[in-house]
Structures are given as C-alpha cells and as structure tokens.
Design a protein around this ligand. Structure first.
Ligand SMILES: Nc1nc2c(ncn2[C@@H]2O[C@H](COP(=O)(O)OP(=O)(O)OP(=O)(O)O)[C@@H](O)[C@H]2O)c(=O)[nH]1
Length: 398
C-alpha cells in the first residue's frame, strides 16, 4: 500500500491503540508515516511498554491503580484504569470525526479499556469502529473467554466491530510458523487494513466514499469484516477481489449476510467500466441479502505499488462465528520449544509441557524465549517483537 501524502483536512480520523497489541499496531502505522494523516494515540496501563514505542501521543491510564505496571491480564483492572483516566481519554478523542479502536483482546488493558473508549465515542456522537484480535487457541480458554466478553461489552456502545482471529491467520501460515512471525504477520495484515481504510476516507476519489457513507455502513448492527486484495494487472482484478473477500483474518464472519458493503477500488490508471461493473456484480453474487447496500468508490493513484488494490468492508453480518475450542490450555500446559532437530525452515515450533503458567506470570523451565529470540535475530530487530513477547522476555529475565 502506498504511503499517504495528503490527508483530508476536513476529516479527523483518530486511531487509538489500546494495550500492548494495540500500541504495537499504532506504532507500525507511525513507522509507515501515517502520523501526518491520522491522529495516532497509544493507550496503555504499562508505562515501560508505552516508553518503548515512538507514537507521539501516549496516554498512561490508571496510574494510581496500577502504578504503570500493566493490568495483570485482568480486564476488570483495564476497565477501572480507563475509568480513572476517562477525562484524559475523552479530551484526546473529542475533536475526531471517526475513531478506530485497535486492540488485542484476551489480556487486561485492551479488553477492559476498549469498551469504555467506545462508550465515550458514543457519548460524543463520534463514528467508531473497533478492530480487535482474538487470542491464539494455545493461549487458553480463559483468554478466549475474556476476549469474547470484551466483544460483548464493546458491542453495546457501538455497532461496528471487526474481529481478526490470530488462529485463522496461523492456519493460513502453516503450523510450523514461529510465534513472533505469526504475531508480526497478523500485525502486518492489521496495518494494511488500517492504511487502506484511512486512504479511502482521506482521499477524494472519482467515485467517493465519504464519512456519511462510512457512518451508514457502520450503523448496521452485527459483525463487520474488512479485507484487502492486490493485483498486478486489470485482468487480475477479480483475483484481488477474491483475496479481499477471503482474507484469512476476516473469514471468521461470513460476508453472505452483510447488510452493507463498501467496495473501494484503487487503480494506477483508469479502469474499464466493464471491470468496475463486473467487480460489483461479483460482490452481489456473494450476498444472499437482496437488500444489501453496496457503496462503491474508485480512486486513481499513479503511485500505487500494484496496478489494482481493493478494499472491502462488510457490516451488519449476523452469521454464526466459528470460534473453536483451544487445543492446548496454556494455564495447564505452557508453550515450550521442541528440539532443534524438529524445527522446520529455521522457525521455532511451540510445544506443550506439564507446568502451569499464564502470560503474566511466566516461569518457563527452559528458556524458550531465548530460542525465539535467536530465531528473530536472524531477520528482525527487537522493535519488531510484539509487546506481549517482550513482556514475556522481561518476566523471564527477572
Ligand atoms: N496480532 C497480534 N496479537 C497480539 C500482539 N500482542 C498481543 N497480541 C494478542 O493480544 C492479546 C492481548 O495481549 P496484550 O495486548 O499484550 O494485552 P494487554 O491488553 O496489554 O493486557 P495486559 O498486558 O494484561 O495489561 C494476547 O492474548 C494476544 O492474543 C501482537 O503484537 N500482534
């Protein structure tokens, strides 16, 4: 996705990253030069994690409650921390036209504080979309339960929320993928979705999707999905559409029952009318709901890295979610490295053992984190390491 050079001065989009994962995501947006286009805010109970990122606007919540040491994987603490700092949060977002909340659900801060930020948006009558990740199955039932409760809580104040399943991504990447790689891939998808979204809202297209279209689509009750696809020629535009519709992180919900769809086409050069119409017809064939509202947009951009890029947002989806039961419960069986000989393609696999630990009280028998570190050091810098893993590393070194 191209770097954004010109924002829409009449539209203030704020992306609020909450908790470790959320702060990671806004930091990635900052590193992709989005700071000039959107208002990026990092919110956390964990002072050290906030200090490790480069986003300019940072809000430490619940300083009295947690002394800046995090929410201890407890969403109640995350919620109370947000309550303590409600005024700070309100002031930070009050001038926004659109707020996008991003967080990893399953821990304390993101899960607990995000619903309160969503509630503030509703009170301020700001359009709000939440994009949250569900934990890996291996993180255990408790984290998944917290995450699902968090989704219920955020659904109350706002209609539009998108759940991205870390596990579905993992399935797409194959079982042998390393922990850091999986998180980084997930963050990459999240970042691309957010960049495409901001680009669509910020830039005036030939066929324009504006804030009001966006509000209408977000107002439909039910789950939302968001996908992006790319192609190198106009002939392959339908492949790009299929990529957008079949993104591994969004297929948790089924677009079939969507009540509203934004279809945004970014092109390097003028597309054929037949391509444009054909793509919209193709979307219609995927939707059983005959009264679906499809809002199309087209933006010409000679600086695109691909010939064609497509963004799809579907909302008002009522189909059943496919959240499955965890296969390993981390509280019973923490993750351990398997022997070097069993690694595939240089990546560390995770294994179960019999000791009971959770992320915030990690006490591994073997130093699997060092194994992971040595893997990551081959190709990635420490700043690429997701917050949750840095936390595990810090705890491991205490
Ligand atoms: N995709 C992705 N998921 C992450 C990342 N970091 C954490 N997660 C997921 O998000 C969940 C919550 O982790 P954090 O965001 O670190 O937790 P938190 O909200 O800061 O909560 P506390 O640490 O308890 O205060 C985890 O259970 C993971 O499933 C990340 O960098 N990328």
């Amino acid at each position: 996705m191209k770097e954004l050079l010109h924002g829409n001065p009449e539209l203030l989009i704020t992306v609020v990253g909450i908790g470790g994962c959320g702060c990671n995501t806004v930091n990635m947006l900052h590193e992709n030069n989005l700071s000039g286009q959107v208002n990026l805010i990092a919110v956390n109970t964990d002072l050290a994690a906030l200090n490790s990122i480069n986003v300019e606007k940072k809000i430490l919540i619940g300083e009295n409650l947690t002394n800046g040491y995090g929410a201890g994987a407890d969403p109640d603490i995350g919620f109370q921390a947000a309550q303590e700092s409600e005024e700070l949060l309100r002031n930070a977002i009050m001038d926004s036209d659109i707020v996008i909340i991003t967080a990893g659900f399953g821990g304390g801060t993101g899960t607990g504080a995000s619903p309160l930020v969503a509630k503030i948006c509703r009170e301020l009558k700001i359009n709000c979309l939440a994009i949250v990740t569900l934990p890996f199955e291996s993180e255990g039932q408790k984290r998944l339960d917290y995450a699902l409760q968090g989704i219920d809580d955020i659904k109350e104040p706002i209609h539009a929320y998108i759940t991205l399943s870390n596990d579905l991504l993992l399935k797409g990447l194959g079982e042998s993928v390393g922990l850091f790689s999986a998180f980084n891939q997930s963050n990459e998808v999240l970042k691309n979705l957010l960049i495409a979204l901001v680009q669509m809202l910020n830039e005036t297209g030939y066929v324009n999707v504006d804030k009001n279209d966006f509000s209408t689509i977000l107002s439909y009750e039910g789950e939302s999905i968001l996908g992006v696809g790319k192609a190198n020629s106009e002939e392959e535009a339908f492949d790009a559409l299929d990529q957008a519709l079949n993104n591994p992180l969004v297929s948790i919900a089924n677009i079939d029952t969507a009540k509203g769809i934004i279809f945004q086409l970014f092109c390097k050069s003028e597309p054929k009318l037949s391509t444009y119409n054909g793509l919209i017809d193709h979307i219609r064939t995927k939707i059983t709901n005959r009264s679906v509202l499809i809002v199309p947009g087209v933006t010409l951009d000679p600086n695109l890295t691909s010939e064609i890029e497509i963004l799809i947002i579907g909302s008002g989806i009522t189909s059943e979610k496919t959240v499955t039961k965890p296969i390993i419960d981390i509280e019973q069986t923490p993750l351990m490295p398997i022997p070097e000989s069993e690694h595939s393609e240089g990546q560390t696999k995770l294994h179960e053992n019999q000791h009971g630990v959770v992320a915030n009280s990690y006490a591994p028998e073997h130093d699997y984190i060092d194994d992971e570190l040595s893997f990551i050091n081959q190709g990635e810098s420490l700043t690429d390491i997701p917050a949750i893993t840095r936390k595990l590393m810090a705890i491991n070194r205490l």
